[in-house]
Each structure stands twice: as structure tokens, then as C-alpha cells.
Write a protein that binds this ligand. Structure first.
Ligand code: MTE
Length: 312
């Protein structure tokens, strides 16, 4: 977001994860070595814990998945550096177990809950979502997670809860990016409570069938597919129910460029570039950006009567 042009990854270098693993397993059995790993998953750059999940049919789009390799090596996670390739290296030092989340504010069941407690009531499902970054690149990601709305209901927000504020971990000893004051740490994001209750909003704990890579926001992050990628806050440690609109980190850093809503909207330009088109990582030609990132049918009701040029 500190506004370098994305470097494109040539499609010739790309193998999606399934093809990759199938090819490897084929080679192993062809050689009669099925029980003997040719090389282990960690060496291959994979190997996070597999997560049991169902496929959520209503949350799948029929578009080519972005290869695992790109999803996990081309990241924005400023706590681990501002360039795209640092998080994949630097985030490996992050301790993600144990992990807890504090639930606070206007809610009947506040407290600090372990990640296990947070996840226990929820069946995990795989949802395939587009992710459109404000920098004009996009990916299609098979997330694993559970509905944010279901999680919120469990903590019983009161009628004073008008917004939900999310905060990322701030741990200087493991997050070298915090030494630079590119943002006013910790990273903060927010949603209006009715946006948060929309069934599309997801708490993600994995992708491609496995626990989240650290660079993608392990162990738990938000995914809001109709908004620019920066709303999808990573490595969440606090969720607060508040009565005033929170100021998000990017809004605070550059209010003329980033608003609270940050809905994907090809009609509203960023002050320094058009948002009409995007480059899907792995593709050469740009494609048109869709209103609300293609989720108009599911979310347009939330913004009825609002001027989306003012509320950007
Ligand atoms: N969350 C935190 N805590 N820190 C960040 O720098 N970057 C955001 C978002 N969440 C960011 C963050 C931006 S700009 C984008 S585009 C997405 O994460 C990228 O998610 P990905 O790396 O999983 O593709």
C-alpha cells in the first residue's frame, strides 16, 4: 500500500497446490516409495496442519484458484516489512500457539478466550473468495474458516454495539516491522455491526485445506471479500463492540486515500489511480474490477441510500 507497483509473477512459474501435490504423490507411488517421503512438506514450503472442513457450496465461485505459492509468498503484512516478499520470511518467527482473543465492549460475554475456545462451537468450511487489494491486484483464495456472524452471536452484543473493532497483535520481539512507524501500531480495522453480521464475512483459520501460513495472518484473521484487502485484518487478538465508528489504521494514516468503508468500487478512483481494473496474480491481461468485488447481490442492501463517493 505504500505504493509500489506489484511485480507480476509469470504464469510459467506457477503450479497450483493440488497439481503440485498430486504430481508428487504420483511420482512417489510410481517409484514404490509411497511410505518414504521424497522430501518433506516443510522443505517444499508446505506442511501446515491439515484442517477438517466441509465445502460451503453457496460461498464458492467458479474461477481459477490462485496457486498456493503466490498466496503464501506475495503478501501485505506490514508488521513483517513493507515489501511483498518479507512477510513470508519474517513472519516465521511469530509464536501463534498459545493464542487468545479478548472480547470487549458492549457485549454480554466479555473475556479473554483461547483460540480453541473461540473455534470450538464452529464447524470449519471452505469458501472460495476473491481478494481485491487496493493496489490493483487480486487473487482467488480457498479459505477455511467460520462465519463471523455466528461468532458474534455467541458473545451477545448489546444494542449499544454499533460497530466492531478488530486489533492485530503488537509484539515487538517477533514483529520487526513494528520498528518503523509506517502505521500507528497496532493495526486496527472496523466494520459496522450489520456489515459484520453479513454471512459473507469470515473468520479464517486456514487456506488450501491447511492452517493459515503465518504470513497470511495466522492463527486467525478476518476476510471481508467485498472490501479492499486491507480490511481483512490479520492475526487478530482483540474484538471490541463499540458505539462509535472506529478509526482504522489506513484511514488514520491517509484519510484522503482510505476511508472507513473501503468497499471495492470501480466507480470511485483512489486519489492517485483508477480502480476500474485489476491484475489477477498469474494473469497477463488486466480484468475489469466488479462492483463490491462481485458480491453486489449479497451486500448492496447495506449501503442503500448512501453516497459511496463520500463514504469511500
Ligand atoms: N493485517 C495486518 N495486521 N497488517 C497488514 O499489513 N495488510 C492488509 C490485510 N491485512 C495487513 C493486514 C492488506 S493491504 C491486504 S491486501 C491483505 O491483508 C493481504 O492479505 P494476504 O497477504 O493474505 O493476501
Amino acid at each position: 500500500m505504500l505504493i509500489k507497483r506489484p511485480t507480476d509473477i509469470p504464469s510459467s512459474e506457477i503450479t497450483d497446490k493440488e497439481t503440485y501435490l498430486n504430481r508428487r504423490h504420483f511420482m512417489q507411488s510410481a517409484l514404490g516409495l509411497a511410505m518414504l517421503p521424497l522430501f518433506n512438506e516443510a522443505q517444499a514450503g508446505y506442511g501446515n496442519t491439515p484442517l477438517k472442513h466441509e465445502k460451503a457450496e453457496r460461498f464458492r465461485i467458479d474461477e481459477e484458484l490462485t496457486p498456493y505459492k503466490d498466496i503464501s509468498s506475495y503478501n501485505n503484512f506490514y508488521e513483517f516489512g513493507t515489501d511483498k516478499y518479507s512477510p513470508a520470511k519474517q513472519a516465521q518467527q511469530l509464536t501463534t500457539d498459545p493464542w487468545s482473543i479478548t472480547i470487549a465492549g458492549h457485549v454480554e460475554k466479555p473475556g479473554t478466550y483461547s483460540l480453541e475456545d473461540i473455534m470450538k462451537p464452529h464447524a470449519l468450511e471452505e469458501r472460495i473468495y476473491r481478494l481485491r487489494c487496493v493496489e490493483r491486484w487480486s487473487m482467488v483464495i480457498p479459505w477455511i474458516g467460520f462465519s463471523l456472524a455466528d461468532m458474534i452471536k455467541r458473545f451477545q452484543p448489546t444494542s449499544s454495539a454499533k460497530y466492531v473493532k478488530f486489533t492485530t497483535l503488537e509484539r515487538k520481539s517477533e514483529m520487526p516491522g513494528l520498528r518503523r512507524r509506517v502505521l500507528d501500531w497496532p493495526y486496527v480495522e472496523g466494520l459496522r455491526i450489520d456489515e459484520a453480521m453479513n454471512p459473507l464475512a469470515l473468520m479464517a483459520v486456514g487456506l488450501y485445506g491447511e492452517a493459515l501460513p503465518k504470513q497470511n495472518g495466522a492463527p486467525i484473521r478476518l476476510v471481508v471479500p467485498w472490501k479492499y484487502g486491507f480490511k481483512s485484518i490479520k492475526s487478530v487478538v482483540k474484538i471490541e463492540f463499540v458505539d462509535r465508528q472506529p478509526v482504522s489504521s489506513w484511514e488514520q494514516a491517509a484519510p484522503r486515500e482510505y476511508g472507513f468503508y473501503s468497499n471495492v468500487n470501480p466507480q470511485v478512483d483512489h486519489p492517485r489511480w483508477s480502480q476500474k481494473r485489476e491484475r489477477r496474480i498469474g494473469e497477463f491481461l488486466k480484468r475489469k474490477t466488479l462492483m463490491f468485488n462481485g458480491y453486489e447481490e449479497q451486500v448492496a442492501y447495506l449501503y442503500k441510500g448512501m453516497d459511496l463517493r463520500k463514504n469511500y
